[in-house]
Design a protein around this ligand. Structure first.
Ligand SMILES: Cc1ncc(COP(=O)(O)O)c(C=O)c1O
Length: 447
């Protein structure tokens, strides 16, 4: 519905007055640092205990118990946690790992260093998560794992994915970096995969500094992950497959979490689930009001009893055809000019980068992508082969990420968005639609 109250008003981008003039930065500030966080971090700092393990192991124990997983291993980044998870699962030379193409590179790029290669799958444009119908036909005898990414807080459709994994006996690695606390049919994400791994860096919804963590119920996976990059914990190895190699990190990496992060994380774990309840309320309040606006369709889980957790990178689908073909980039610029927040696009499809087609990283004399595949095996995913993932950036907008339920403030942002939608025609001259919207690493302006 066109909003009559804002229809015909001059847009701020075109010289009109701004909808929002107040400073709303406290609505978006994240993480919320309390005195308890400060005390926990200072205690570690004053004790000179930054490189210790005691606080980190408590954090692992507490988070594993929350998710009811047997093992947790904290790492210094999410990238490291995922890397360790791949090694834990036994991913090695000549293996293939299926992964959605539209994700951040650290969902998959680490497999190269293990001698394995990615096989990219399409996403479902309605969820931005891996399309369960585009997985099975990509399985070969070399497939060692399937990565699912609960992208932008949306839980993947896990029922059909788990059925495929079970049918072919291939483990799932869940990348939960965008979706801590999200529920799929009442079950928290991070509890489905043989490995679940997540980034905990400052920009994420579970934000503790730099850090990552992996979970598993499988002792061998856990011990292999320790073997890979946690030599200081090799005295904990019990299984013959790992114990005899104790002492030096098999990966040649040092992946220990910094204890300023784990100290912060222990406090954050106590607060997080209450905080995301408020975020969920605030975001749904915004989405409920915006939903009937032409061109704008918030993405929310269609499955029962499911949530977007902390709503990291909260997104909506943008239908340019309902707004005279106006690009999402121009729409976002106009929203920002009104004093609200918007970002156009999402991660650029990975298979479009030359690292996944031609780059010879390790000097094999051929592209790394195929360097370890058997003679004659082909793997070609050129530009054009995954059209949904390649094009999706033009059809997505990120909305303001409210951390507090304050209807009187959220209403102002709703008004800003509606004003832009109602007056889209004024933005058409000067609009220069781009072929691809998004980036491989960063694509978000201030939230
Ligand atoms: C989907 C996804 N996976 C993995 C990572 C890697 O996490 P980190 O930056 O902590 O290494 C990120 C982070 O930015 C991410 O967005």
């Amino acid at each position: 519905m066109v909003d009559q109250a804002v229809s015909g008003q001059a847009l701020a981008l075109l010289g009109g007055s701004k909808t929002i003039n107040d400073d709303h930065s406290s609505m978006f500030k994240w993480p919320i640092v309390t005195a308890e966080h400060e005390a926990a971090v200072l205690e570690v700092l004053r004790a000179g205990n930054m490189s210790g393990l005691d606080v980190t192991m408590k954090f692992e124990e507490e988070y594993a118990s929350k998710l009811k997983r047997r093992y947790a291993l904290a790492c210094n980044t999410g990238t490291a946690a995922i890397h360790s998870g791949f090694y834990g699962l036994g991913v090695g030379v000549g293996d293939e790992v299926i992964c959605p193409s539209m994700t951040y590179w650290a969902s998959i790029l680490q497999v190269y260093s293990l001698g394995a290669t990615p096989v990219f799958a399409e996403i479902d444009p309605n969820t931005l998560c891996i399309d369960p119908n585009d997985i099975e036909h990509r399985i070969t005898e070399r497939t060692k794992a399937i990565v699912v990414v609960h992208y932008a807080g949306m839980p993947c459709d896990m029922d059909p994915i788990m059925a495929i994994a079970e049918k072919h006996n291939i483990p799932i690695l869940e990348d939960c970096s965008h979706a801590h606390g999200a529920l799929y049919k009442g079950k928290e994400i991070g509890t489905f995969g043989k490995v679940a791994a997540m980034s905990l860096m400052s920009g994420k919804s579970f934000a503790i500094g730099e850090g990552g963590i992996l979970f598993t119920d499988d002792q061998l996976v856990y011990e292999r992950a320790i073997l890979f990059g946690h030599y200081a914990r090799h005295n904990k190895l019990e299984l013959p497959e790992t114990k005899r190699y104790a002492g030096l990190p098999a990966g040649g990496y040092k992946y220990r979490m910094h204890q300023l992060s784990s100290a912060f994380g222990r406090v954050q774990l106590k607060l997080y689930y209450d905080q995301i309840r408020e975020i969920d309320k605030a975001m749904n309040y915004f989405c409920d009001q915006i939903e009937d606006t032409p061109g704008l369709a918030p993405i929310r889980p269609g499955y029962p009893n499911s949530t977007r957790g902390g709503w990291y990178f909260a997104t909506m689908k943008y239908a340019a055809e309902e707004l005279g073909g106006l690009s999402n980039v121009r729409f976002a610029e106009a929203v920002v000019a009104e004093g609200s927040i918007a970002n156009a696009g999402c991660n650029q499809a990975l298979h479009t980068h030359p690292i996944f087609s031609e780059q010879d990283i390790y000097g094999h004399g051929k592209p790394t992508r195929v360097a370890n595949l058997p003679e004659g095996a082909t793997l070609s995913q050129p530009i054009g082969s995954l059209p949904v993932s390649e094009d999706i950036g033009r059809h997505v907008l990120a909305l303001p990420w409210f951390k507090h339920y304050k209807p009187e403030i959220i209403d102002q942002h709703v008004l800003a968005w509606k004003k832009v939608a109602a007056n889209y025609e004024a933005l058409l001259p000067g609009d220069k639609p781009q072929q691809r919207v998004g980036g491989f690493s960063t694509f978000m302006r201030g939230r």
